[in-house]
Design a binder for this molecule. Structure first.
Ligand code: HEM
Length: 146
């Protein structure tokens, strides 16, 4: 039995809340740099959000993807397509995030080099937001009686 009186297991409800909380960290990290409160704080917050996201992918979403029978027994249904698109977009966000945070970690004091990637950072946050909405849609399709 989950938290919201839906058909979702508790782990999926917790993951939903967790993903929303992670996105709030991202928004705070974005605001920190916009309000010029320091690129170190910005990098650390983004890194923290990425670590939490990686944990949720490895602990909840990847195992769920691998055990999602619909992918193989009904590969052309709406839920299957949605979960595949969600998994591909999420993997792309993860790769971009690891690259951005990884290069920042090794060149933390080269602020200009980091700032040059601002368009990629904006694109990553936007893609992350799209991914969050896709995830919420996955939840609705899988667990709400519609
Ligand atoms: C930025 C990255 C991601 C975000 C923001 C995100 C967000 C979400 C959200 C909000 C849900 C609904 C909660 C739930 O049902 O557990 C969800 C479910 C799911 N996600 Fe993601 N996700 C991301 C990356 C990924 C990746 C990389 C994969 C594939 C490896 C993936 C596979 C899944 C699957 C299979 C579910 C259904 C889980 C279940 O059985 O309930 N997600 N995601």
């Amino acid at each position: 039995m989950g938290l919201f009186n839906t058909n979702a297991p508790l782990l999926s409800d917790l993951n939903l809340l967790f993903q929303i909380a992670i996105f709030i960290f991202l928004v705070v990290g974005f605001l920190v740099v916009k309000l010029r409160r320091g690129s170190m704080k910005h990098g650390a917050l983004m890194g923290f959000a990425l670590v939490l996201n990686t944990v949720s992918i490895c602990v909840v979403m990847m195992p769920s993807l691998l055990s999602f029978r619909g992918l193989f027994s009904m590969p052309f249904t709406r839920p299957a397509w949605l979960v595949i698109v969600h998994a591909i977009t999420g993997s792309l966000v993860e790769i971009l995030g690891v690259w951005l945070v990884g290069t920042w970690t090794f060149r933390r004091h080269e602020i200009k080099a980091c700032a040059k990637k601002r368009n990629i950072m904006r694109a990553t946050i936007l893609l992350w937001l799209v991914e969050l909405f896709l995830g919420i849609y996955v939840y609705v399709i899988l667990y709400l009686p519609i």
